[in-house]
Design a protein around this ligand. Structure first.
Ligand SMILES: [Zn+2]
Length: 168
């Protein structure tokens, strides 16, 4: 989403599924590759057992349906890093990721913390009958046909830049 791993003061980690989601020849892709090649960004696939652990927690808190494969991998890798003695923070503006990371006791930070002025809005919808839902229905089932709801990015918009404000 525009975060430059090479500009971070701390080591950065990501997962293969996130790399697969990036559009080739885009700036985020170029930054991802440059970060990986310089050693600043470690791309690691989490163990299946970590993914199962995250899946279990997310189904308990009701966010399993809205987490993508990449989301699950990010959370699972953070869990592994934490178990390995590190203190990871997940950078994401996604509500479901923040919710599950809190349940796992993993820190999270929003993109605005890093000065990224781009916001993603999610639309929740039924993949079977295409009815639209709001964020309150995240993780639930379609009221009409019972299919588990999915989400997609509605639009990217420039968020208002907060000047002179620091969260930390
Ligand atoms: Zn439906």
């Amino acid at each position: 989403m525009g975060l430059n791993p090479s500009a971070l003061a701390l080591p950065a980690y990501s997962v293969p599924d996130v790399m697969a989601e990036l559009i080739h020849d885009s700036l985020p892709y170029a930054r991802f590759i440059a970060g990986r090649d310089s050693g600043q960004l470690t791309v690691r696939k989490p163990e299946p057992s970590s993914i199962s652990a995250v899946r279990e927690v997310s189904s308990r808190v009701g966010d399993a349906g809205v987490l993508s494969g990449a989301d699950l991998e990010v959370l699972a890798l953070a869990l592994e890093l934490k178990r390995g003695g590190l203190s990871p923070a997940i950078v994401s503006d996604d509500y479901a990721i923040q919710n599950v990371s809190e349940t796992l006791g993993i820190k999270h930070a929003s993109l605005s913390t890093f000065g990224i002025a781009r916001k993603f809005d999610w639309i929740y919808y039924c993949p079977a009958c295409f009815r639209k839902y709001t964020v309150e229905n995240a993780g639930q089932q379609c009221r009409v046909c019972g299919t588990r709801l999915k989400r997609k990015v509605a639009r990217k918009e420039k968020a208002t830049k907060r000047v002179g404000h620091c969260k930390r």
